[in-house]
Write a protein that binds this ligand. Structure first.
Ligand SMILES: *[C@@H]1O[C@H](CO)[C@@H](O)[C@H](O)[C@H]1NC(C)=O
Ligand SMILES: *[C@@H]1O[C@H](CO)[C@@H](O)[C@H](O)[C@H]1NC(C)=O
Ligand SMILES: *[C@@H]1O[C@H](CO)[C@@H](O)[C@H](O)[C@H]1NC(C)=O
Ligand SMILES: *[C@@H]1O[C@H](CO)[C@@H](O)[C@H](O)[C@H]1NC(C)=O
Ligand SMILES: *[C@@H]1O[C@H](CO)[C@@H](O)[C@H](O)[C@H]1NC(C)=O
Ligand SMILES: *[C@@H]1O[C@H](CO)[C@@H](O)[C@H](O)[C@H]1NC(C)=O
Length: 426
């Protein structure tokens, strides 16, 4: 290395013409060797032949390139300018005595489901109440016992080393434009103040044969480029969103022992990562689950509604408290507990309600925070808030923005936008 530096200075002070062919050859040889060593190192790290501990040593010795760190510094600038809005409003949380990194008992170290082998359960198909159900509920009930499916695309390496925030986004094969814009905006993998953010998309397979044939190949290319797609071999349907939830919890419990927080959301929301960081602060909170929480929501009994639930499937008056699936935040250890809880319950066709049921089992109350807007806003399209960047700047999640609007709003919020104060809503 030192002699190389000498050559560069020779180059700069004496000009290219003075550099002999032999010297150039020597530089070339050294660069080739360095490149070769880098490739070998990267390959070994990817194969897991270097322990994570060593990997971290290496990362510490080689700081991020200047471009990245200056970006982070810029972010920090914005971060510092923000007032104490978040800290002040951070809900009081009882501190649990267990340290945040307590490991729950861990099962398999890899995804252990290799065959789908799921046959319809005809146990109750002859009953009267079953015959009276709508076709989608019949299908749901016939396959309700089929919980885990093989993985078509997997990325265990995403959770290697310490990850501060794992962003997971529910998506479907055809919505590649939404994934693209998320990768370029709030889902960008980065490091803020030395805390790593990683992003993954959760997908099933297409229910439509044509789509399956044409899009699956494209999805594989997309995954080769970005390496951020988890795909399970179950049909992506509205009622199967719960499978996506349970599959993710199992996947997380299998691979991600060193993830601090999880943000899980839809692919059509606006998310403000800086505010998430500001909200989380430095304090360790156990059993954190925060979002747009509904308390005492009633099951919808009108058949035309997307969320209609027949009495035969749920006969209580209220749902347990649950957070809108559009976007919520939880800590890693809690996700592992929720995985355990999910295995004790029958699947429920509405994924966010199901997670509320799991929270009830582990006796954790979700926290409602006004910066999570996963319900409602869209109803009043004329509301000025829909176009107001200072509003988005003060939020954590806003439902719902499609790619062009999301890009545009992201640029506005991350420009030199000056807002008098973070807008206080409600
Ligand atoms: C290390 O690499 C070798 C091949 O170079 C492979 O056979 C072995 O399984 C790897 N070890 C681990 C722990 O992955
Ligand atoms: C699939 O399930 C059936 C019935 O439960 C069982 O008899 C069969 O061996 C299973 N096949 C595989 C490949 O697991
Ligand atoms: C169907 O009923 C039988 C007998 O009651 C039971 O053993 C089996 O587990 C049931 N099948 C499913 C998928 O629940
Ligand atoms: C969920 O996916 C499984 C596997 O693809 C499928 O058999 C089942 O019909 C799906 N359920 C619903 C309700 O779409
Ligand atoms: C409600 O559903 C549960 C479980 O499905 C059942 O055990 C109970 O008898 C039902 N209660 C009423 C009032 O229908
Ligand atoms: C929608 O928002 C506009 C502007 O904020 C307000 O004037 C109007 O009353 C709202 N309409 C409803 C139905 O809430």
């Amino acid at each position: 290395m030192p002699s190389l530096r000498c050559h560069w200075s020779l180059h700069s002070c004496c000009g290219m013409s003075r550099m002999t062919v032999r010297e150039r050859w020597r530089i070339y040889r050294r660069l080739s060797l360095m490149f070769f060593l880098a490739v070998v190192t990267v390959t070994m790290v990817q194969r897991g032949n270097i322990s994570t501990g060593l990997q971290f040593e290496m990362e510490r010795q080689h700081p991020q390139p200047e471009a990245v760190s200056s970006g982070a510094r810029q972010k920090r600038g914005v971060y510092l300018k923000a007032n104490s809005f978040w800290k002040a409003r951070k809900p009081k949380q009882e501190h649990t005595t267990e340290p945040p990194w307590t490991m729950e008992a861990r099962g398999a170290q890899t995804w252990d489901v290799t065959s789908a082998n799921c046959t319809a359960n005809l146990n109750f198909s002859g009953t009267e109440w079953f015959a009276g159900l709508e076709p989608n509920f019949k299908q749901f009930l016939l396959y309700r016992h089929c919980r885990y499916f093989p993985m078509i695309m997997n990325h265990p390496e995403k959770c290697q080393g310490e990850v501060h925030l794992l962003i997971v986004v529910k998506s479907v094969i055809t919505q590649h434009d939404r994934r693209e814009v998320i990768r370029n905006t709030w889902g960008k993998e980065q490091e803020i103040d030395g805390k790593r953010i990683k992003t993954l998309f959760l997908l099933g397979t297409s229910s439509n044969e044509v789509e399956k044939a044409n899009h699956q190949k494209l999805l594989e290319y997309e995954d080769q480029i970005y390496g951020d797609i988890l795909q399970w071999d179950f049909m992506d349907s509205f009622f199967n969103l719960t499978l996506k939830e349970t599959s993710f919890l199992k996947w997380f419990s299998t691979y991600c022992s060193q993830v601090r927080y999880i943000f899980k959301g839809d692919d059509d929301v606006f998310v403000n990562i800086q505010n998430i960081f500001e909200f989380l602060g430095d304090t360790g909170m156990g059993n954190l689950f925060v979002g747009d929480v509904l308390f005492k929501a009633k099951p919808i009994r009108k058949k035309e509604n997307k969320y209609y639930i027949p009495q035969a499937l749920y006969n209580k008056t209220y749902y347990p408290p649950y957070a809108g699936g559009g976007g919520f935040l939880m800590d890693g250890p809690l996700a592992r507990k929720l995985y355990g809880a999910s295995e004790t319950l029958d699947l429920y066709p509405i994924d966010d309600v199901f997670l509320g049921m799991c929270l009830e089992v582990v006796q954790v109350s979700p926290i409602k925070h006004n910066a999570f807007k996963t319900f409602g806003l869209v109803k009043n399209k004329s509301s000025k808030l829909n176009k107001e960047p200072c509003f988005f700047k003060s939020m954590i999640v806003v439902h719902k923005l499609l790619p062009p609007d999301l890009s545009h709003m992201w640029e506005l919020v991350n420009s030199d936008l000056v807002c008098a104060q973070k807008v206080e809503i409600l």
